[in-house]
Design a protein around this ligand. Structure first.
Ligand code: GLC
Length: 410
């Protein structure tokens, strides 16, 4: 058993972006990108009262959709704490809602058997000790203040103490998603990687920490897992010549935080293609939902999660614990594999017969995963056109999203 076994087995998780910005409904970068008058954004705190917040519903939706872990935004770049910080007054427990939503969420998801991950922003746009060309002051006014040493120390200590609190007071935390190192700080150890990491592992020896604490090329870039964003890598990820754990994080529409005007939700097919694409390259998918200021996950996201749940009910075997296949996939498909079983994911209804490369004489049987129907292997027709070792099969009655289970001979 290694500390990352659960992560490899899980393959699918839920990302939740929820904060003050959810009330403004313009995405989580609103504080930097929209023209807020001084002090106005902070005033959202006095209005934050998400009476519809129902962590048990969120956990049930995630679990049914086959998600095995959750990653929650404890603090985003706007500096607002969604937990009961001991070091800042800019926090959820000072809103009319008044409850530590991080604690509620952690307890509920854990009860449902999901693993727990914390997202925590490295930048804090509200802190005088932080200055960055991607912060609101620069984006709005083109100006950048220079923090004094004392301000910077205070900023970095706040980050340290927040992480320390989050990893001490909420029980076992399985995963830490630190976001992000600005390209403007690429060559500095701005967030004090080693100091943070030694505290993190001391408190939670089995935690998995992502790769955004430092982009510094000179520094040894050994992290527990790597986080490509809204894209599917073409191959299993390697760092310094060795395969690494990785997870693509992706939005359901075009925003992480709730955005009222963004109705551009991805289709079930796109989400499935993303998930199987990750698994087929030994990676995970962390799929985001952005609840609104009242605590409601957008209806379309709920529908997608329910559709994923219906699909998982029949096909989860092809995802959990599965990974890259030993064989190349035929046209229009993605392969995953678990032990002796290959899973052929049909991205669209096939034109007709499917020709499987390199599999002739190697297959014991083929079934349609959703109903167990036999899929015949065709040896009496069209044979002369096959290349060496190709196997022709007839996937009658299949449609987009179907999975064929191909059991190999032992
Ligand atoms: C990007 C976004 C940030 C979001 C993160 C998730 O860095 O700018 O807002 O939280 O992606 O990975």
């Amino acid at each position: 058993m290694s500390k990352s076994d659960w992560f490899v087995d899980a393959r699918f998780g839920m990302f939740i972006h929820w904060g003050l910005y959810s009330l403004a409904g313009k995405g989580e970068w609103s504080y930097a990108r929209d023209s807020w008058k001084a002090g106005q954004y902070e005033k959202l705190m006095k209005k934050f009262n998400p009476l519809a917040f129902d962590p048990a519903l969120w956990a049930r939706l995630a679990k049914a959709a086959g998600m095995k872990y959750v990653v929650f935004t404890t603090r985003h770049h706007d500096g607002f704490c969604m937990f009961d910080s001991h070091f800042s007054d800019y926090k959820i427990t000072n809103t009319p809602f008044g409850k530590d939503v991080t604690r509620m969420l952690v307890e509920t998801f854990r009860d449902q058997g999901l693993r727990i991950g914390f997202y925590h922003s490295l930048p804090d746009w509200t802190h005088p000790g932080y200055a960055d060309k991607e912060s609101p002051e620069f984006m709005r006014h083109g100006e950048l203040h220079k923090p004094t040493d004392a301000e910077y120390q205070d900023f970095i200590n706040l980050l340290y103490h927040h992480l320390e609190q989050l990893l001490t007071e909420y029980g076992r935390i399985d995963l830490l998603f630190l976001d992000y190192t600005s390209k403007y700080k690429a060559n500095e150890d701005y967030f004090q990687r080693d100091r943070q990491l030694s505290m993190i592992y001391k408190l939670q020896p089995d935690i998995l920490v992502n790769d955004r604490l430092s982009f510094n090329k000179e520094q040894v870039r050994d992290f527990d897992y790597y986080t490509p964003e809204i894209c599917i890598p073409n191959q299993p990820q390697m760092v310094k010549g060795k395969p690494v754990l990785w997870e693509t994080c992706a939005t359901m529409n075009n925003h992480w935080g709730y955005c009222k005007g963004d109705k551009n939700f991805k289709s079930l097919e796109t989400l499935l293609c993303g998930l199987t694409g990750c698994v087929s390259r030994n990676g995970n998918l962390l799929l985001n939902v952005g609840p609104d200021g009242n605590g409601c996950i957008p209806q379309t996201s709920i529908h997608r999660l329910q559709d994923l749940a219906a699909w998982m009910k029949m096909n989860s075997e092809s995802i959990h614990g599965a990974g890259k296949a030993d064989y190349p996939p035929p046209h229009g498909t993605i392969f995953t594999q678990k032990g002796n079983d290959l899973f052929l994911h049909l991205l669209q209804a096939p034109l007709g017969d499917i020709i499987l490369p390199q599999l002739r004489d190697k297959v014991e049987k083929i079934t349609l995963l959703r109903n167990g129907a036999d899929i015949p292997m065709i040896t009496h027709w069209g044979f002369e056109l096959l290349q060496d070792n190709e196997l022709r099969i007839r996937p009658c009655g299949t449609k987009a999203g179907d999975v064929l289970k191909i059991t190999l001979k032992r």
